[in-house]
Design a protein around this ligand. Sequence first.
Ligand code: 4NP
Length: 155
Amino acid sequence: MPVKILMVCLGNICRSPLAEGILQSKLPRNQFIVDSAGTGDWHVGRQPDSRSIAIAKSKGLDISRQRGRLFTAKDFETNDYIFVMDNSNYKDVMRLAPNAEAKSKVSLILNELFPDENVDVPDPYFGLEDGFSNVYGMLDEVCEIIAEKLIAKHQ
Ligand code: 4NP
């Protein structure tokens, strides 16, 4: 059974699609399945934001086939690890967790890089283009650490 990892943000069009694409690119696809979802439903069924598609493309990653979907309580059953982008996502996801086991799957993604500091991946949606490049850099760095850990633990 492959290990399943879910990336979560608010809209599922800017940050979590990048996190999905970046982490999947660092893991063997037959053993690890990375997905993403949003806590808000405005962009369900939509492609990632064109600025996320563009920054990913500039790094050699195609995320254009992803489609937005809503995070639901079922995701606690179907995923082994749930990484959220910011503290607000953390609250929204934890509120839906049915039990302690579900809660234990959830963590703030940048805590893998800065343990216990609870740093947010900033939402680039309402900002300028360079926000996407900044977010890409952070996610690439943290996903490298996550990939190394997952491979060490599950192979
Ligand atoms: P994301 O960014 O959570 O990184 O996908 C956002 C995208 C859209 C909205 C908010 C955040 N929105 O309010 O529509």
